[in-house]
Design a protein around this ligand. Structure first.
Ligand SMILES: CC(C)(COP(=O)(O)OP(=O)(O)OC[C@H]1O[C@@H](n2cnc3c(N)ncnc32)[C@H](O)[C@@H]1OP(=O)(O)O)[C@@H](O)C(=O)NCCC(=O)NCCS
Length: 188
């Protein structure tokens, strides 16, 4: 991994490191039951959200950083509308997993797709990854669609592998290899 350049910019978004004062904007979506339906965490208490921000700040201070939880903000206003992250989970295989979450009043505008595309690009270009995966609940249609739109392939259907608020749920695993990503970029 070489030098890391943040923030990440797209036409409509800026993905930047969290700062402490972001917690109230994060809490607005992290405590929304509709946002966390398919998440293993939440709805957040204030304490949960503070712990999330603290852990994001702690990972920024790590010398060899392997976790990037980024605030998704609107390029025009700077408003924080969600979070998007990538974590190098298999360093010897150059493998990572990624995830994202947006506040409800900003769904359906293509922003989840934009943020995910930016984090995948970051993973391949800046982190030098070989493979990036994401998992989502089989009923999380919007998330599965986002992963398909950014060129990820469904590789697995796990049975009852995740416990969400006491209920065993199935999930899909999506993946993309660096070669596939480069080939898709060439076609665009
Ligand atoms: C998943 C999430 C980030 C999607 O973000 P978004 O900005 O709304 O997504 P986009 O607008 O970029 O694209 C959504 C796609 O899903 C489709 N979609 C949305 N809801 C859908 C549904 N119920 N069934 C089928 N497709 C659906 C949209 O039509 C769109 O596809 P299209 O462009 O082909 O029409 C957002 O819904 C979210 O934050 N959800 C809560 C947190 C979460 O579940 N995170 C993922 C955990 S794995």
């Amino acid at each position: 991994m070489g030098d890391i350049f943040l923030p990440l910019r797209t036409e409509r978004l800026v993905l930047r490191d969290f700062v402490e004062r972001d917690w109230s904007a994060v809490h607005e979506y992290g405590s929304d039951p509709d946002v966390v339906t398919f998440m293993p965490w939440g709805p957040n208490s204030e304490e949960d959200t503070r712990a999330f921000i603290e852990s994001a700040l702690a990972s920024q201070r790590e010398e060899s950083r392997d976790k990037f939880e980024l605030a998704v903000t609107l390029a025009d206003s700077g408003r924080l509308i969600g979070g998007c992250g990538i974590r190098v989970s298999a360093p010897s295989d150059r493998g990572a997993d990624m995830g994202y979450c947006l506040r409800r009043d900003h769904w359906g505008l293509g922003l989840g797709t934009g943020a995910s595309r930016a984090i995948v690009r970051f993973g391949f270009e800046q982190l030098g990854l070989h493979r990036i995966i994401a998992t989502c609940d089989v009923e999380n249609r919007a998330s599965a669609r986002v992963l398909e739109k950014i060129g990820m392939r469904r590789e697995a259907h796990f049975r009852a592998d995740s416990a969400i608020r006491g209920e065993w749920r199935d999930s899909y695993l999506y993946a993309i290899l660096e070669d596939e990503w480069r080939a898709q970029r060439g076609n665009r």
